[in-house]
Ligand binder design. Sequence first.
Ligand SMILES: [Zn+2]
Ligand SMILES: [Zn+2]
Length: 255
Amino acid sequence: MNGTLTIIGCRAGSPGRNGPASGYVVEADGKRVVIDCGPGVLAGLASRGLTDVDGMIISHQHADHSADVAPFGYHRSFPKILPPVPLYGPTGIEAYLDTLDDVHGIPTIPEMATPIATQFPIHEVEPGESFELAGLRVDTLLAFHPVPCISIRLPQLGLVYTADTGLTDELIEFSRDAKLLLAEATYPTEEGRDFSQHGHMGGAEAGRLAREANVEHLVVTHLSDWAQRDETETHVVKEFDGTISFAEPGQQYSL
Ligand SMILES: [Zn+2]
Ligand SMILES: [Zn+2]
């Protein structure tokens, strides 16, 4: 199976000058799946004509990965009701999205009363479980992060997306021989403030993951400050001598 990965947004924490927070699109066999839907992602999808989707995966509840799900529900409910799109996420995601529906639902317009639950019927997966979505097999791994979060692997396309996580032996195994590893590097280095218990990698960890997992192509994403890109890159290249790219909105990769 062949497919494409399109970067819609790749910022950690918040959208910025260089585009939306986390959001990616995988297309294969005529189907389209959105992975993460942070602030700015819906506009990024709309500007590329990609809002017609067949599935959505939300890695975890942090706003930079999920804040545009409610407006996406509005978009699919009004003025025209579009067919529901299955949404998958880790254990606990349903309670979180129900809270968003409580806040953002518009009870005076029945089709918008629960914009997420109506438009994105929610399926929780226990991290480690696999499921099928839009013809794609999806494997998951419990990420090392302060809230339930899943790393995602699409084995038919050779793609692994770390989501937000610290580096673990399990993640190295999960990423083994990936054709394309989309790996977070939130901080340029582990020096300075110690974020290790917050569950993120730096450039060195992303590079080490790519090397130890023997991946072909590392795409670094989720930088917290674009100005740190060069510094992050110096740490990545010390660890990994394969193909390295830095995610940017609009970039497409063949899978
Ligand atoms: Zn994040
Ligand atoms: Zn997070």
